[in-house]
Design a binder for this molecule. Structure first.
Ligand code: NAP
Length: 292
């Protein structure tokens, strides 16, 4: 949508975070509105942590359709919302809010976005052995959404924050009666668990630009028959994915999850099927233009 198309009928969606300078959500959503001829616009707002509550009240007062939530507000937004989707409540983090007549309800589309990205690549997690690296926000969403389906789940995290991983494991035991193995993220443990794993998910920020030369997994542990999903999307082809590909593993990039989490938010706000290929293309275009 160009400026001249904005009218009193235009519906507004937003993003709140700090920082928001490098977000790819506006290009994905605005391209999708344009393609479907929807009278919507998506605008990012930088909101400092101490301004979160007044900013959310403002968005409600301004009658926005909905908004995305990113770092550092994904957890702290919960008390200022009017309700939560059960999965977002379990995960304890919100990345999408829908405004229905002034009532703000929080969702977590990272979790379903991850699953959609996997299924789209022909990877069905049912009955598989999965290893997840990390215990931060993304890892929590991913492990929770996988827990019900997979046959075995192991979480590896840095030693200093193993409590986080234990905490996710307890939640999964309570909700699904499944025992999750929790280990320190060390090469010897990685070697042991990857030997029998079907799927490896990197849900740490290791390998993210500007530290794109790093990988959380030694290359010699990657092999044919393993699916390697890296949630890091910048760069699109991380060192882990490049080394996994070279070893003959199937790879899935975090850019797929990014596009899907956006597409699922789009569907909640507009009620229409999202043009996922276009949203992904726009995100890739923006990332590649930054790499130049
Ligand atoms: P977060 O909550 O800050 O969690 C970061 C995780 O990375 C923690 O488990 C942390 O371990 C681990 N970590 C950081 N540096 C490490 C290191 N040097 N060695 C080992 N572990 C390390 O962040 P998040 O929101 O989960 O995001 C994690 C990554 O996922 C980011 O790159 C983010 O861009 C990406 N992400 C992608 C999507 C998508 O749609 N593709 C969506 C959400 C997030 P500790 O617990 O020990 O600190």
């Amino acid at each position: 949508m160009s400026d001249k198309d904005i009218s009193g009928k235009t519906k507004i969606c937003a993003l709140i975070g700090d920082p928001v300078e490098h977000t790819m959500s506006p290009v994905m959503h605005n391209a999708a509105y344009k393609k479907l001829g929807l009278d919507y616009i998506y605008i990012p707002f930088r909101v400092k942590p101490e301004q979160l509550a007044p900013a959310v009240d403002g968005l409600r007062a301004l009658n926005v359709c909905g908004f995305n939530v990113t770092i550092p507000h994904k957890v702290s937004i919960i008390p200022v919302l009017d309700g939560l989707d059960p999965i977002a409540e379990k995960i304890g983090a919100v990345n999408t809010v829908v405004n229905t007549g002034g009532e703000l309800r929080g969702y977590n589309t990272d979790a379903d976005g991850f699953l959609k990205a996997m299924l789209e690549r022909g990877v069905e997690p049912g009955g598989k052995s999965v290893v997840v690296l990390g215990a931060g926000g993304a890892a929590r969403a991913i492990t929770y959404i996988l827990a019900e389906k997979v046959v075995s789940l192991t979480i590896l995290n840095r030693q200093e924050e193993l409590d986080w991983a234990e905490n996710i494991a307890e939640l999964i035991k309570e909700d699904f009666g499944k025992v999750v193995r929790v280990l320190e993220l060390r090469d010897d443990y990685l070697a042991e668990v990857l030997h029998n794993a079907d799927i490896l998910v990197n849900a740490t920020s290791v390998g993210m630009s500007p530290a794109g030369d790093k990988s959380p997994v030694p290359a010699d542990l990657l092999r044919k028959g393993l699916v390697v999903f890296d949630v890091v999307y910048n760069p699109i082809n991380t060192r882990l994915l490049n080394e996994a590909k070279a070893a003959g593993a199937q790879t899935i990039s975090g850019i797929d999850m990014l596009a899907w989490q956006g597409a699922l938010a789009f569907e909640k706000w507009t009620g229409q099927a999202a043009p996922i290929d276009l949203m992904k293309k726009e995100a890739v275009k923006m990332l590649e233009s930054h790499e130049d």
